[in-house]
Design a protein around this ligand. Structure first.
Ligand SMILES: N[C@@H](CCC(=O)N[C@@H](CSS)C(=O)NCC(=O)O)C(=O)O
Ligand SMILES: [Fe+2]
Length: 215
């Protein structure tokens, strides 16, 4: 049943935003590209946004939006992805009223183009757009209006950052973005990256690889 699939693929995170207003937050994972997508909703108005959806999991995401009784206003991209096709195009077909969003600097097609300083509103909440170029020139970080959460795309990953060797990447630019746009957030701001690359090889090889008992 779809419900059990959804429960396996999503994670319910913090219930309260920093301002004490209850926000709905679901973290969803797409295993092929190791991508996290984030569904954020206002429990009162039921307005919602989805950050970094993936094409293959767009039907799953649309179903979750319906099950939770949400109205998806925006399918938002932190940047023009190189490792997967965005689900925003399919989501706007599956969920009428949903608009696709990406930065103007990305050069990509979308219903809405955003720039540094723009806010995306859903119910009582808003996401502030912070330009955080370096991985790509059009990368942005989305910060919840009370600064309790930040969605960093590939600018800041888990103990690392996005690569800078293609898509007009620049290590120096990314260094400045991370230090000036992300590290300046409050110390208790929760960081939600776009990927979780789990390294299986090094931990296994530290234990002498895969050991099978002698036959
Ligand atoms: N290293 C990745 C390979 C996929 C990849 O290149 N991912 C990008 C983000 S999607 S454009 C990236 O910046 N990765 C960080 C890196 O250090 O490579 C993998 O392990 O699968
Ligand atoms: Fe990327």
């Amino acid at each position: 049943m779809a419900g059990s699939v959804l429960r396996g693929a999503e994670r319910q995170l913090s219930q309260l935003s920093g301002s004490g207003v209850p926000i709905l937050l679901r973290q969803m994972f797409e295993p092929k590209s190791c991508t996290y997508s984030y569904l954020l909703g206002d429990r009162e108005s039921r307005e919602a946004i989805l950050i970094d959806p993936v094409l293959e999991t767009a039907p799953r995401d649309a179903q979750l939006v319906k099950e939770l009784g949400l109205r998806l206003l925006y399918a938002v991209n932190t940047h023009c992805h190189a490792d997967h096709i965005t689900g925003s195009g399919l989501l706007r077909s599956l969920l009428p009223g949903c608009q696709s969003v990406i930065s103007r600097l990305s050069g990509a097609q979308a219903d809405l183009h955003i720039e540094d300083g723009d806010s995306i509103h859903f119910g009582r909440f808003a996401l502030e757009t912070r330009a955080s170029p370096g991985h790509t020139p059009g990368c942005v970080t989305f910060v919840l209006n009370d600064h309790s959460m930040a969605f960093t795309g590939d600018a800041l990953l888990i103990r690392g950052c996005g690569r800078t060797d293609f898509q007009q990447g620049c290590a120096k630019t990314l260094y400045h973005s991370v230090h000036e746009k992300i590290f300046t957030l409050p110390g208790d701001c929760l960081i939600y990256p776009a990927h979780d690359y789990r390294d299986f090889a090094v931990p296994a090889n530290m234990r002498c690889g895969i050991q099978t008992p002698p036959s």
